[in-house]
Every structure is written in C-alpha cells, then in structure tokens.
Design a protein around this ligand. Structure first.
Ligand code: APR
Length: 248
C-alpha cells in the first residue's frame, strides 16, 4: 500500500513511539473482534453475562467457561503479520522507545517480540485472586472450573479486566505517561468504544503527538486523528516497516 511520506518522516524523527492496539489487530489471527458485524463477539453473547464482574459474582462458572473457550481459541491461533511488523518496527527504531499499549488480552504482542507492552485490560494467560490478595498463577487449560484461592479462600478468576471493574492503576498510569510523551501515536484496530482506554489517543494528541489511526472503517476518532488510514493492520505496518528499511 502507498504510505504517506509525512507518516514515515514523523516516525523517523520521533523519539517516543506508541502503538495503541485493539481487537482488530488480532482479527487476522482468527480471533473475532467484539463489535464487527455478525462475527462480533458481543453481537452473539451478552458481555454482562459472560465478561462482567457482576456476572462472575452471580455465576462464576459461566464466566470462567466462556473465557476458557476464548483462551482455547487464543492458544490455538498465533500472532499475525501485523503483530510481527510492530515487533519489527521496534527493531528498526533502536534509538527510539516503542511502547505497545494494548486493550487485547491475547498476549500476541509479547510473543511476536515487543518487549515494552502495557496490557491495560490484563491477560487471558494468567489467573488471580478475585479479592486481590496477591495470589496469581499461569492459566493452563487443565483448570476448567473456578477454584478457591490457595492464599485466602476467595475465588480465583482470569487476570483480565471484566466489565464493571477498574483497570490496574499502575499499568494504566504508565500508559497515560507513555501516551503523553509520545511523538507519534498509532491507533490500530480499535472502535474507541471502551473507557478509559479510549482517552489515551486524545491524551496523546493533547500533548502534541502526531496521531495515526489504522482501521478499514471510520471510527468516532477518525476526525481527530492527524492521519486516518483506511487499511488493515497487517498491510499498513508491513508497508511501514518496508518504507523504513528502504530509508536505511
Ligand atoms: N485491521 C485493523 N482494524 C480492524 C481490522 C483489521 N484487519 N479488522 C477490524 N478492524 C477494526 C474494526 O473496524 C473495529 O473498529 O477493529 C475494531 C474492533 O473494534 P472492537 O471489536 O470494538 O474492539 P476493541 O476496540 O478492541 O474493543 C475495546 O472492548 O469488549 C471490550 O475489553 C474489550 O478490549 C476490548 C474493548
């Protein structure tokens, strides 16, 4: 795809780069997004029932089992060329700091090779004590039911942010700081539906970042972005890496 030279130039001059990602980045891996047409996860199941803290406290087994089938899909799929290109971007910009701020819980940025990843909605690869007593552990598929926390007896649940829960303050304030420091802020594969995550690009822009949106469809943020690119994540970030490689 034809890249705008201004984007490549802004990236090359940036000291701090941020990539803010949503479910659309993992669509090419085979993981359904949440709100896209007929395949959107929330168009087929009620998030309040299967992914909210009220739902978990009402019926822990329903939430655990729904998240377990999502984890099974994530474990069966893998990072796609979009994730790999974002990891390549980090390697192509060694003098710059590249932070990934992701709403995704699949862990694909880390396994693709990015080493500065802020998972602001947590991860589907770990569980933790529902009472935040400090207990946490890797989640393998063998545990099919919620169980009692070995430390305090409360229930154990996946270590991701359920609807109605606060985000991890330490992680989110790091994301705010990196957004404020960003010279260029890429937003990829998100519908900007969920707060407070959707504030981050606005925060970045208010501190002077060049904001680039990558999405095949327009979003509520498209007007605010400096560049709103109608493209899939894999195509855009692969082209961006190629353009940087041609400059070097
Ligand atoms: N490349 C880039 N963007 C894409 C692609 C693609 N190949 N395919 C779809 N998209 C875009 C869609 O146009 C849509 O705007 O990805 C976006 C996905 O939006 P959502 O499904 O709402 O996902 P997201 O924005 O990540 O949701 C935010 O909501 O359900 C909660 O916690 C969950 O983190 C999630 C949050």
């Amino acid at each position: 795809m034809k890249l705008l030279p201004e984007i490549v130039a802004s990236l090359a001059q940036a000291k701090e780069i941020a990539v803010f990602s949503g479910a659309g980045l993992s669509a090419d891996s085979g993981i359904p997004t949440f709100r896209d047409g007929a395949t959107g996860l929330w168009n087929n199941v009620d998030p309040d029932e299967v992914a909210s803290v009220a739902g978990f406290e009402r019926n822990p087994r329903v939430v655990w089992r729904w998240l377990q089938q999502l984890k099974r899909l994530v474990d069966d799929c893998q990072p796609n060329p979009g994730h790999l290109a974002i990891a390549r971007l980090q390697a192509l910009c060694p003098e710059q700091r590249l932070t990934v701020i992701t709403q995704n819980i699949d862990g694909y940025h880390g396994s693709a090779g990015n080493d500065q990843v802020l998972e602001i909605h947590g991860t589907i690869h770990r569980v933790r004590c529902h009472r935040h007593c400090g207990f946490s552990a890797d989640w393998d598929q063998s545990t099919t039911e919620p169980y009692a926390c070995p430390e305090c007896g409360a229930l154990v649940r996946p270590d991701l942010v359920l609807f109605g829960e606060a985000l991890n303050e330490r992680v989110f304030s790091a994301a705010e700081k990196r957004s404020a420091n960003a010279d260029i802020f890429f937003c990829v594969g998100t519908s900007f539906t969920v707060q407070p995550a959707a504030q981050l690009p606005i925060w970045a822009k208010s501190f002077g970042a060049v904001v680039v949106e990558v999405n095949p469809h327009p979003t509520p943020f498209s007007q605010l972005a400096d560049f709103s690119i109608r493209s899939g994540a894999s195509e855009f970030f692969s082209a961006l890496c190629a353009a940087l490689e041609n400059r070097q």
